[in-house]
Design a protein around this ligand. Structure first.
Ligand SMILES: Nc1ncnc2c1ncn2[C@@H]1O[C@H](COP(=O)(O)OP(=O)(O)OP(=O)(O)O)[C@@H](O)[C@H]1O
Ligand SMILES: [Mg+2]
Length: 352
């Protein structure tokens, strides 16, 4: 049904793993022809920034050749600490005027010179306040230098860019389709990656607030390695096989478990503190509540982390189990789907 011309390469290049798909876009049920997970060359990407272009290019060329990927275009989803998402209320104006007002409003929350940012916006709807007609607008701002590096990366691969998207946008698009039958898509999404944790609050499926904390599961692997006198590599293996989160009422007497608890919990508590702050900020600004938590990223596989966050935040955890809203030739196994939500989100066409 689709020629090679319709196929798009989707990329989520994390500091630890490259998640890729070959897909054709659709609004509700895109087709995934192929997918894969590859290790990112060490040190090539950190906090959304490409630090070593050559090794990353070599790796991507290898992925393309080995998997016989033939695409006309590619889309990339990224996240960086400088990325800002906010909703602002602006007067109901003409399209061109809105752009200027959005730019002016963005200057209030962009850390630094707004001319160095690419600012994108989407009108969410109309509201009335004190007899005035206002527009609720979602604004996303990302440093243009970061985006430029990804565009250059694709140019070097001789692939045309289809879209550069942002973590919260793409992941929420996937999750909203997964949650198709859930009426109120209000949730806090926590993506625990290797080097970053991204906290996103979605209101009716729209990511209205996002925050990136520069701590991830790599930090937990490091503290385990220190406590148990292991190499970093073995610390990571230990975390995956023996690691778990401990609940408040646990006081393990076993020395091994005690060491595990004292090496893992400070990082988990630090993440929880950041999530709590974001949720409280959202609540105080909007007077609205959030009752559901969703988790993605490799760090979400740390045993009990999801239950612990849900318990501490007094929320329900929604596991990513069930039917996924994509057609796949060879299915992504359910037990690794948390790694793929972000890159899969690229395949859902934005509503016009
Ligand atoms: N069972 C597990 N328990 C804890 N951590 C795990 C587990 N399985 C995988 N991880 C960790 O998940 C991380 C990889 O996840 P992911 O692919 O989401 O990261 P990334 O996207 O490359 O990183 P980032 O988004 O921070 O740049 C690795 O650090 C790995 O150790
Ligand atoms: Mg990631």
């Amino acid at each position: 049904m689709f020629g090679a011309g319709n196929k798009i390469l989707g990329l989520d290049i994390g500091s630890s793993n490259i998640k890729w798909t070959v897909y054709s876009e659709a609004k509700n049920m895109p087709t995934i022809y192929n997918w894969g997970l590859e290790e990112t060359p060490p040190g090539a990407v950190r906090n959304g920034r490409i630090l070593e272009k050559q090794s990353l290019l070599d790796k991507l060329r290898e992925v393309i050749v080995n998997n016989r990927i033939k695409v006309a275009k590619a889309s990339i989803t990224l996240a960086c600490p400088e990325m800002v998402i906010r909703t602002v209320d602006v007067p109901k104006l003409k399209q061109k005027e809105i752009q200027n007002v959005v730019k002016y409003e963005s200057e209030q929350f962009i850390p630094g010179n707004s001319d160095e940012y690419i600012i994108d916006y989407k009108i969410l709807g109309e509201i009335k306040e004190n007899q005035n007609d206002l527009l609720k607008v979602l604004v996303v701002a990302v440093p243009s230098g970061i985006i430029q590096n990804y565009i250059e990366l694709l140019e070097n691969l001789s692939i045309n860019p289809r879209a550069i998207d942002f973590f919260s946008n793409s992941t929420c698009r996937f999750l909203n389709n997964f949650l198709r039958d859930v009426k109120d898509k209000n949730y806090v999404l926590i993506d625990v990656g290797a080097s970053n944790t991204i906290i996103t609050i979605a209101e009716q499926g729209v990511p209205v607030l996002t925050r990136l904390v520069q701590i991830g599961s790599e930090e937990i692997a490091r503290t385990i390695a220190n406590s148990f006198n292991l190499t970093l590599e073995d610390g990571e293996k230990y975390m995956k096989t023996h690691g778990r989160v401990f609940f408040d009422n646990e006081q393990p007497e076993d020395k091994f478990l005690w060491e595990m608890m004292t090496s893992i919990m400070p990082t988990v508590e630090l993440l929880l503190k950041n999530i709590f702050q974001s949720v409280e900020f959202y609540k105080s600004k909007t007077q609205k509540s959030i009752e559901t938590v969703l988790m993605t990223g490799g760090g979400s596989y740390l045993k009990h982390i999801d239950k612990y966050f849900a318990q501490q935040l007094s929320m329900n955890i929604l596991p990513l189990k069930g039917i996924f809203p994509v057609k796949m030739k060879n299915n992504i196994p359910e037990d690794i789907i948390n790694l793929f939500c972000n890159v899969l989100g690229l395949a859902f066409r934005e509503e016009e």
